[in-house]
Design a protein around this ligand. Structure first.
Ligand SMILES: Cc1ncc(COP(=O)(O)O)c(C=O)c1O
Length: 354
């Protein structure tokens, strides 16, 4: 008998990311400038026919990454982008119809995977002033909750949790036996991390990516951090050879090249500080700059601005609707100053009330 997985029938996926070549792309929180050309050139001699022909070997890169994180490889599972790690965590630590709690708005794939695997995703909304009270999260947790998803910082809201708040959440999750997934895709833009909890306790896992500060979204590489027993379970779900040789080579070079990460952070910080100063002086309301993105409340219509940015200025940005007091607003990726200048010139021209 022909069979189609029922969960897929109404599942909505958005595949709109192609043909962006001639645009300034400030819509997906990539690094618009990318890695320095001389860094890329220095890697090219190592792209040999053998590297391409052989199945990728993860041993060496896992050691390099573990050293960077002050841990050992048993605590790490390499994945093809952290989105894949998130999928595996949902598969490993929740059951059919199991309850997953997460804040909204947030990275949409949490809800997509929940639906794909027939889980029940319970949404914790933000307050109207765009703050998130952890009591809102805690009061949603019940004995039948299997997974709590937190983002530190959250995309797109940019909010973060303090250590005390996180510890309070852990206490409740331990009592109710709930696994915690902390998505740290925007770590490095925001330096505080909860990785030590994933390294020292069970039932807390952290996902990280090389797509954001490391500027390698095109290579697809991420990792899950956790207790070795749980990492083994995540590894069982991996497609064979799920992380590619080229991605691991570039990431290894980034981790081993002195000064390159701090110069990426510096470029971003200069761009962010410039953007915020200009937005303030033009009296724009904005929110959430802990990651490499920001919410901006426009003075005119957000949807029209997104459309005109694309058609008249070749700049791609996103709009979000129903964002508390901000209503429908813009979400813009933060990059080096030159890209922020181009974006701001366009914004001040298009978002004009005169
Ligand atoms: C919060 C968050 N988590 C995870 C991801 C997925 O990143 P990747 O699969 O490229 O590692 C994204 C991508 O934008 C994100 O915003």
């Amino acid at each position: 008998m022909y069979y189609l997985n029922n969960n897929l029938k109404d599942l909505v996926r958005i595949f709109d990311q192609n043909e962006r070549k001639n645009y300034l792309r400030l819509d997906l929180n990539e690094n618009p400038g990318g890695l320095p050309q001389d860094f890329i050139d220095s890697i090219l001699p190592e792209i040999t026919p053998q590297l391409i022909a052989q199945y990728p070997e993860t041993h060496h890169f896992s050691e390099v990454l573990a050293k960077h994180l002050n841990t050992t490889p048993e605590h790490l599972c390499l994945v093809n982008g952290s989105a894949e790690g998130i999928r595996y965590i949902i598969q490993a630590f929740t059951s059919e119809s199991g309850k997953i709690v997460g804040v909204v708005p947030s990275y949409f794939m949490f809800q997509v995977y929940s639906e794909m695997y027939g889980r029940s995703f319970v949404k914790v909304p933000y307050n109207d002033d765009l703050s998130m009270d952890i009591q809102n999260i805690i009061s949603t947790l019940t004995p039948d909750t299997q997974l709590l998803i937190l983002l530190n910082p959250n995309n797109p809201m940019g909010n973060v949790y303090s250590e005390t708040e996180f510890q309070e959440i852990i206490k409740v999750c331990e009592q109710l036996e709930i696994t915690i997934l902390v998505d740290e895709a925007y770590h490095y833009f925001y330096p505080k991390t909860f990785i030590k909890y994933a390294l020292t306790s069970k039932h807390i896992l952290v996902t990280r990516t090389f797509s954001k500060l490391f500027s390698m979204a095109g290579c697809r590489l991420g990792y899950v951090v956790g207790h070795p027993d749980e990492i083994k379970m995540v590894q069982k779900l991996c497609t064979p050879h799920n992380t590619n040789a080229f991605a691991m080579l570039v990431a290894q070079k980034l981790l081993e090249t002195p000064g390159i990460l701090s110069s990426l952070i510096e470029d971003y910080t200069l761009g962010r500080d410039y953007l915020i100063k200009e937005l303030n002086s033009h009296k724009y309301l904005h929110k959430g700059d802990a990651g490499n993105f920001i919410f901006i409340k426009p003075k005119t219509n957000a949807l029209t601005i997104v459309e005109k940015m694309k058609s008249q200025k070749q700049i791609l940005i996103k709009s979000y609707s129903n964002v508390g007091n901000f209503g429908t607003c813009l979400r813009v990726t933060i990059g080096a100053k030159q890209y922020m200048e181009r974006f701001l010139d366009a914004l001040f021209e298009l978002d004009n009330t005169n």
